[in-house]
Design a binder for this molecule. Sequence first.
Ligand code: CIR
Length: 255
Amino acid sequence: WRFTHAITRVPAESVAHGLRAEDTGNPDPQEFRVQHAAYVSALEEAGLMVDVLPSLEAFPDSCFVEDPAFCLPEGAILLRPGHPTRMDEPDEIRFALEKRFRKVLDLPGTGHVDGGDILTLDDEILIGLSARTDRDGAEAFATLLAEWGYSVRIVETPAGVLHFKTACSTLGEDVILATRPMIESGLFGDRKVVAVADGEDYCANVIRVNDVVLVPEGYPATLANIQAAGFRTRLMPVSEPRKVDGGLSCLSLRF
Ligand code: CIR
């Protein structure tokens, strides 16, 4: 959660037709871009140098750059997203990663992994199997990271959520934020976990960026829990990404 750089992508007009599990209306591309600009500013104010890539009309969900790639200090890995309309997104971000990383690898094999299913903790990396991430992909990813000295645990994503990180986040300093079903699943062992308040599940997706935690606005009880655990917070407007199941982590690659 200590970062110097981020990569983001401006939302396309076509984001109005982005993927979603439940239809609550199309996001407004113009308002989405206003919220995206606020997000970029917040990352910059947290101390990051942010590369803002141009929009891609052919890929409605391409502003969610977290899903086609994964970054570590050792290098970047181009993943293979599990939804057919997103499978070619890694090629579109390859060049931007090659500018920032000496080593850019492709996920070996033919399995699928979405970056939204990868949770980086202080001492291990969890990868959640989901409708987007399959066992072949998760195992190839785990093997690759083991070669870099990381321990990776393959776990189940709770039913009914899109990505593993839709239901939990790293707050930093060995603390996790998670929904109650996720806490009760026992996945996190005896780590310290801050609970997402009942009825505020969307607020499980936050990002710790250096000294601040970016939190979606509109979830006061969870915000209070995060602050009570000692974290400095900044509220972010997210009404538009939310309409297409996007959260704060999905909108950037941080490294
Ligand atoms: C999708 O369904 O792929 C997009 N509409 C939302 C992606 C959100 N990404 C994430 O949680 N990492």
